[in-house]
Design a protein around this ligand. Structure first.
Ligand code: NAP
Length: 535
C-alpha cells in the first residue's frame, strides 16, 4: 500500500486535513489537480474576489501561533492576501512536502478483498491507500453557458474561476460580464470605473446588500487576537458559523417601526449581518420575507438613479435571503455610471457568441473581453468528475444521479473508507466554510484514530443510517423558503444536464452548525453508530 491516507484537494480543507494526519504520524499525501495549493483562493483571481466572511472568522482556529502571527489587513480580505495566508499556514507547518501538484485523479476503485482504494491519475500513475479523504471543494467545477460560437470570439474570454494570473489590461476596454451572482456582483462593482465600457448581461437579478469592507489597524488586530477564543465560541453557537446571531424576537411580535429600526441598523453593517442578524421568519415565512424584501427593494430604488434600471435590478422571482446573498461594494452605484449598461437577457436572450462579441435576440454587441460569471456545478460537481466506484463496482455518479444521499454528509453507504469532511449534506456547505471544514476534518480524523485503536481496516455507513440522515436533510428543507429557490442550494444549474429547475436536490444541511456538531458528536460517542466496521 502506497499510503495510509490520500487526501484529494489542497484547498482550505486539504491543508488542515494533511496537518492533522502528519501530526498523528500517518503516512499520507495530498493530490491536487492545480499547479499549487489554495483551492478556491488559488483559482478565483478575478478583480473584487474577497471574503464575504469576516476575515478573522474565516481563518483557521486550530493554531494559536497562526492566530497570533497573522495580521488580517482588511475586515473582508481579498484573494491575493487569502492565498498568501494559506501559503503562510502551509509554510509554517512544512506541509508542502506532503503535497503533489498537477495531480488529477481520474478514477478510484475500492478493492474489496484488500480493503483499499486504487487510484488512477491523469499522469498514468496508480496509487493505493486504505482511506481516501475528499477535500474537493464545494464550488470547484465552473460551468459555462452553452452558446453557439463560443470558440469563435476573437477577443479574450474566460470564466471568473480561470481569470488569468497575469494582469488583464482593462483600461479603455469594452467588457461584457455575463451573470449576476455573488461573483458577478463582486467583479462588476470592482471594474466599473476601470474599464472603457461595461455591459452586464443579467438573466435574473439577485438581492444584494453592502459588504462594508474596511482596513484592520494594528490596534484592532491586537483586540481581535485577544478575542479569538470568544469569536470562535460565538461562531460555534450560531447557525451560520459567524459572529452574526439572529434577532430572536418574533417578527410579528414587534411593531413595523421596530422592524424598520432593526433593518436600518443592519443595512450597511458589515458582512452578512443584514441576512443573519435578521428575524428568523425571513427564512421561513412568506409574509415576513415579502415585507423585508420590499424594504431592500426601496434601498435599491434609492441607490440607482434610473428608475427603469432600478426595477430591473430588483428580483421578482424570489425573496431576500432564500438564495445565498451576494455582498456588494459600489454594485448599485455602478449602474449610475455612463459607461455601464444593463442588458436584461430574460427579455432578449443571448443567442450566439460572434467573432466580435455577443448577439442577443435584439442586436449585436462588440467586446474586447467577455467574462463568464456563470457559476458552478456546485457541491456534487467535483465528485461527479472523478470515476468513483465502491462495493460491487457501483458508481458514485450513478448513485447521486437524482441528488446526493449521504451519512452525516461525510460518508456514502457502499463506498467504504471514503470520507468527505465537507461533503454534500454536511454542516460546512451552508455555513462559514472553514468553521464547518474544521469540524468535518476533526470528525474524520477522530474516526481514523478510533479505527486504528480498534484494529479496523474498513468502515462503511449502513444503508439505513444513510437513509435516515438524508431523510432528515430533506425534512430540514421543507421548512425553509429556500426549497423553492433556483439556486445551487437546491442543485439548480441551467448549464448542467439534470440540474434544471423543478428537480430539487438536497445539497446542504439546513439545521445549522450547532445541531450538526451535536449530531455528529453523538454518533462518535455511540461508537460511531450507523457505521459498520471490519477488523
Ligand atoms: P451563481 O450564484 O450560480 O451565479 C451565476 C450567475 O450566472 C447567475 O446570475 C445566473 O443567472 C447566471 N447564468 C448562469 N448560466 C447562465 C446562462 N447560461 N446564461 C445567462 N446567465 C447565466 O454563481 P457565482 O456568482 O459564481 O456564485 C456561486 C457561489 O460562490 C456563491 O453563492 C457563493 O457561495 C460563492 N462565492 C463566494 C464569494 C465570497 O465568499 N466572497 C464570492 C463569490 C462567490 P440565473 O440566476 O438566472 O441562473
Amino acid at each position: 500500500m502506497d499510503y495510509e491516507v490520500i487526501v484529494i484537494g489542497a484547498g482550505v480543507g486539504g491543508i488542515y486535513q494533511i496537518k492533522r494526519l502528519v501530526d498523528l504520524g500517518i503516512k499520507a499525501t495530498v493530490l491536487e489537480a492545480g499547479a499549487d495549493l489554495g483551492g478556491t483562493w488559488y483559482w478565483n483571481r478575478y478583480p473584487g474576489a474577497r471574503f464575504d466572511s469576516e476575515s478573522y472568522t474565516y481563518g483557521y482556529s486550530f493554531s494559536r501561533e497562526v492566530l497570533d502571527e497573522w495580521h488580517w489587513k482588511e475586515r473582508f480580505s481579498g484573494q491575493p492576501e487569502n492565498l498568501r495566508y494559506l501559503n503562510f499556514v502551509a509554510g509554517k507547518f512544512d506541509l508542502r512536502k506532503h503535497m503533489q501538484f498537477n495531480c488529477k485523479v481520474e478514477s478510484m476503485r475500492f478493492d474489496e478483498a484488500a480493503n483499499l482504494w486504487r487510484l488512477t491519475l491523469s499522469d498514468g500513475r496508480t496509487l493505493t491507500c486504505r482511506f481516501v479523504i475528499l477535500a474537493l471543494g464545494l464550488l470547484s467545477i465552473p460551468t459555462l453557458p452553452k452558446l453557439e460560437g463560443m470558440d469563435r470570439f476573437k477577443g479574450r474570454s474566460f470564466h471568473t474561476f480561470y481569470w488569468p494570473q497575469e494582469k488583464v489590461e482593462l483600461a479603455g476596454k469594452k467588457v461584457a460580464v455575463i451573470g449576476t451572482g455573488a461573483t458577478g456582483i463582486q467583479v462588476i462593482g470592482e471594474i466599473a470605473d476601470k474599464v472603457g465600457e461595461l455591459t452586464v448581461f443579467q438573466r435574473r437579478p439577485n438581492w444584494s446588500a453592502p459588504l462594508s469592507n474596511g482596513p484592520i489597524s494594528d490596534a484592532e488586530m491586537a483586540e481581535i487576537r485577544k478575542r479569538y477564543d470568544e469569536i470562535f465560541k460565538t461562531c460555534a453557537r450560531t447557525p451560520g458559523g459567524f459572529e452574526h446571531e439572529p434577532d430572536r424576537r418574533g417578527f410579528f411580535e414587534v411593531s413595523r417601526e421596530e422592524r424598520v429600526k432593526l433593518w436600518d441598523s443592519l443595512y450597511g453593517s458589515p458582512g452578512f449581518a443584514i441576512w443573519l442578524r435578521n428575524f428568523r421568519e425571513i427564512f421561513t415565512n412568506e409574509e415576513a420575507n415579502a415585507e423585508f424584501s420590499e424594504y431592500i427593494a426601496n434601498r435599491i430604488r434609492q441607490r440607482v438613479k434610473n428608475p427603469k434600471t432600478a426595477e430591473k435590478l430588483i428580483p421578482r422571482d424570489h425573496g431576500f435571503g432564500v438564495q445565498r446573498v451576494p455582498m456588494e461594494t459600489n454594485y448599485f452605484e455602478a449602474y449610475n455610471r455612463p459607461n455601464v449598461h444593463l442588458v436584461d437577457i430574460s427579455e432578449t436572450p443571448l443567442v450566439q457568441v460572434t467573432e466580435k462579441g455577443l448577439r442577443t435576440t435584439e442586436r449585436d454587441f462588440e467586446f474586447d473581453i467577455i467574462v463568464y460569471a456563470t457559476g458552478f456545478d456546485a457541491i456534487t460537481g467535483a465528485y461527479d468528475h472523478i470515476d468513483i466506484r465502491g462495493v460491487g463496482g457501483a458508481k458514485l455518479r450513478d448513485r447521486w444521479n437524482d441528488g446526493p444521499t449521504t451519512y452525516l454528509g461525510m460518508m456514502v453507504s457502499g463506498f467504504p473508507n471514503l470520507l468527505m469532511p465537507s461533503g454534500p449534506q454536511s454542516g460546512s456547505a451552508s455555513t462559514n466554510f472553514p468553521r464547518g471544514i474544521e469540524t468535518g476534518v476533526n470528525w474524520c480524523t477522530d474516526l481514523l484514530q478510533y479505527m486504528r485503536k480498534n484494529g479496523h481496516v474498513r468502515a462503511d455507513a449502513t444503508a439505513e443510517a444513510e437513509a435516515r440522515w438524508t431523510e432528515h436533510v430533506v425534512q430540514m428543507y421543507s421548512i425553509m423558503l429556500m426549497r423553492k429557490a433556483k439556486s445551487w442550494f437546491t442543485g439548480y444549474n441551467s448549464n448542467v444536464p439534470g440540474h434544471e429547475y423543478g428537480r430539487p436536490r438536497y445539497m446542504v444541511y439546513n439545521g445549522g452548525a450547532p445541531k450538526y456538531v451535536q449530531r455528529i458528536n453523538e454518533v462518535a460517542a455511540k461508537d460511531y453508530e450507523g457505521i459498520r466496521f471490519v477488523a
